[in-house]
Structures are given as C-alpha cells and as structure tokens.
Design a protein around this ligand. Structure first.
Ligand code: ATP
Ligand code: MG
Ligand code: FE
Length: 342
C-alpha cells in the first residue's frame, strides 16, 4: 500500500509518500524557521499563511519525484491536531480536497501518534507494547504504546515541555530560535558539572516532569555572570537528562510488559539524551530504539506511516467533515498531572 502524508501543525510544511514496506518513496519539508526567527518563536498567523503558500507545490513535488499519482495512493493521511489550529486546517483541508477529488479515503492523524509510531517506520523489529518517551516542543510524556490508538499515559509535564525548556534556555544564552540544536552544539564545549542546577521532581513517586524551575535557574546562572555559557548549556543538558533517567526508571516499573524503550519527538534528535536512554535501556535488559534524526523532528513520513498503521487495522477512513482539533490527547483517560507536592 502507498499513503500520501501531510503535516502542517507547527512550523514545518511537509508531504511524503510512504509504502507499507517502510519505503519512503519521496518526501519534502519546507521549514519556516527564517520567518519566525525574528520573533524568537512560532507566530501562528505567519505559520498558517506560510503553510497555505507552500503546501500545494510540496505535494505536487513528492508525487512527481516518486512518479506516483493520486489514483495510485491507498489513502491520504493528514495531521488533524493537536497543534496551531490555522496550520492544521491548511493541511487537513488540502487532504480533504485531494481525497474528494481522487475518491480515496482520508485518514485524520493525531500528530502525537505520528511521533509515537515513527520508530516503527524506521525499525521493523519494534513490537507492541513499548515504553515511549515522547519529547517535543509542546509535549513531554511517558506512554505505554500497545497499538495505534492504544496509549496509556503514565507521565506528563506539569509545566514546560522538554523542547520548550531547551528553547527557552537557548534564548537566555542568546542562541536564537529554534534553540535545541544550538544548545546541544554549545554544550559540547562545556562542563556538565560546572553549574549547580536543580533536578525538579527527581525522587518523587509519580513519574511526572517539571522543567520551569530548571529554566529559571539557567536564567539566574546566566545573570550572575559567574559561569561560561558553554558550562551553563552542558549543565542544563545534564540536569535534564538526570530528570529523564529518574522519571523513566519509575515509569518503567509500572510497565512490566514492554518489549523496548523508545524515544520520539524533536528532542530525540539530541545525542546526549539518546545515549542516556540507551544506557538506561541496557541496564534494564531492553532494546533501545530511536528513529533517525530526520524522523524525530516534524515530518510527513511519520504521518503517512501512522495512516498505513491504521489502514492495516482495517480503518476505512474518516468523514470529510472531520474537524481539526487544537487539543487531542493520546490518552483521553489520563488524569491531569498534579503538582510537585505529590
Ligand atoms: P509537538 O510535536 O509537541 O506539537 P513540535 O512539533 O514543535 O511540538 P517537534 O518538531 O517534534 O516539536 O520538536 C521540536 C523541538 O525539538 C524544539 O523544541 C527543538 O528545540 C527540539 N529539538 C530539536 N533538535 C534538538 C536537539 N538536538 N536537542 C534538543 N532539542 C532539540
Ligand atoms: Mg519545528
Ligand atoms: Fe511534533
């Protein structure tokens, strides 16, 4: 089977054609980093307009590159949320129009499910259930993944997401937007023990995350003038990784059935995070699986793949009046995380 995937929930416009044999026939991504950089973050109105300008040529480009026509596709999958609603609507409406014109099923994909299943696109050996650390710009969760649509959330953040903490700390250090990759590069030249920084919630019984206090401590360390920027960057990264290890260790104790430890989302591109997770997994006798960098940050191949996973389960398609969802939790049953006192 072949699915066309479309992604437009944040600041990348993307299209991809993927087969059920895990072959990415073609993919294209247009990043809006340059448009948003002057504002230090994503501006929703600018994002929606940029998606609208780029999406049609991107889709045409992947179809041409793969020499595939819409009539060859088995379905059209698009991110239908969560995310910046203007952008989501641009991608979803495009997918609806193509589905209607070609008489192919539309599959409305949860962007977070795209991230959550992306490791299975990269690695055919990965079986359900697996433990997933989903760390992106807007989310920081630990999930037990038992299949498409089957998620149990064990932990979330009570304030900032990890990618957000990277971005805000990078901004404090004058690294610009988006800050995660720049902070990782700067940290290479720093000492991870040089700056004393807090490890919020470490040792608490529930495996939730908190990063707001860490980011504030980065700000204070920078304003004190006592430390080199590279040392602050390396120490921030170390503190974040220590929190992840502690929180995941607790969560894994609540998921005895899992067959692997998996990381996904933009922050999964970080080498220090990856190596810490790898050693944790090996201590627990679990394989560690991380998608290649290009599948970690937002892309359309993961959306097409999520569509293929749904097709394989017999999903016949979503109605063409499917409404875009600014919020769409993977585990609707999960209780909101209570604060640091728990
Ligand atoms: P969400 O998926 O929650 O809606 P998003 O789509 O904006 O959010 P992604 O594209 O999945 O998020 O990830 C972007 C985030 O990943 C940004 O916060 C970015 O700084 C972070 N990031 C990317 N590369 C790295 C890296 N090498 N180190 C740390 N953080 C990184
Ligand atoms: Mg982005
Ligand atoms: Fe994302």
């Amino acid at each position: 089977k072949v699915v066309l995937g479309i992604e437009s929930s944040c600041d990348e416009t993307a299209a991809a054609l993927v087969t059920s044999e895990r072959v990415i026939l073609a993919q294209a991504i247009a990043s809006q980093e340059a448009e948003h950089a002057p504002y230090g973050g994503v501006v929703p109105e600018i994002a929606a307009r940029a998606h609208a300008e780029r999406i049609a040529p991107l889709i045409e480009k992947v179809l041409q590159e793969a020499k595939v026509s819409l009539s060859d596709c088995d379905a059209i999958a698009a991110t239908a949320g969560p995310g910046l609603i203007g952008g989501v609507m641009v991608g979803l409406v495009s997918a609806k129009a193509l589905a209607m014109a070609s008489d192919k099923p539309l599959i409305a994909i949860n962007h977070l499910e795209g991230h959550a299943l992306s490791p299975r696109l990269a690695d055919a050996s990965l079986r359900f259930p697996y433990a997933l650390l989903l760390v992106s710009g807007g989310h920081c969760q630990i999930l037990e993944v038992s299949g498409p649509g089957q998620y149990r959330r064990l932990a979330t953040t009570i304030d900032d997401a990890l990618g957000e903490a990277f971005d805000k700390s990078a901004k404090v250090l004058g690294l610009g937007y988006p800050g995660g990759p720049a902070l990782e590069r700067l940290a290479l030249a720093g000492d991870p023990q040089a700056v004393p920084l807090p490890r919020p919630l470490m040792g608490k019984p529930e495996p939730h995350f908190s990063f707001a206090g860490l980011k504030s401590a980065v700000l204070r360390a920078h304003e004190s003038g006592a430390y080199a920027d590279a040392d602050i960057a390396a120490s921030f990264q170390q503190a974040a990784v220590d929190c992840i290890r502690d929180r995941l260790t607790r969560a894994l104790a609540q998921m005895p059935e899992v067959t692997a430890l998996v990381v996904a989302g933009g922050v999964a591109a970080n080498a220090v995070v990856r190596s810490a997770l790898e050693s944790l997994a090996h201590q627990r006798g679990l394989p560690f699986i991380a998608p290649p960098m290009a599948l970690c940050t937002d892309n359309a191949a993961m959306i097409a793949w999520a569509g293929l996973e749904h097709l394989a389960l017999g999903h016949a398609g979503d109605p063409l009046d499917f409404v875009a969802r600014p919020r769409w939790p993977l585990d609707p049953e999960a209780e909101p995380a209570r604060g640091a006192g728990v």
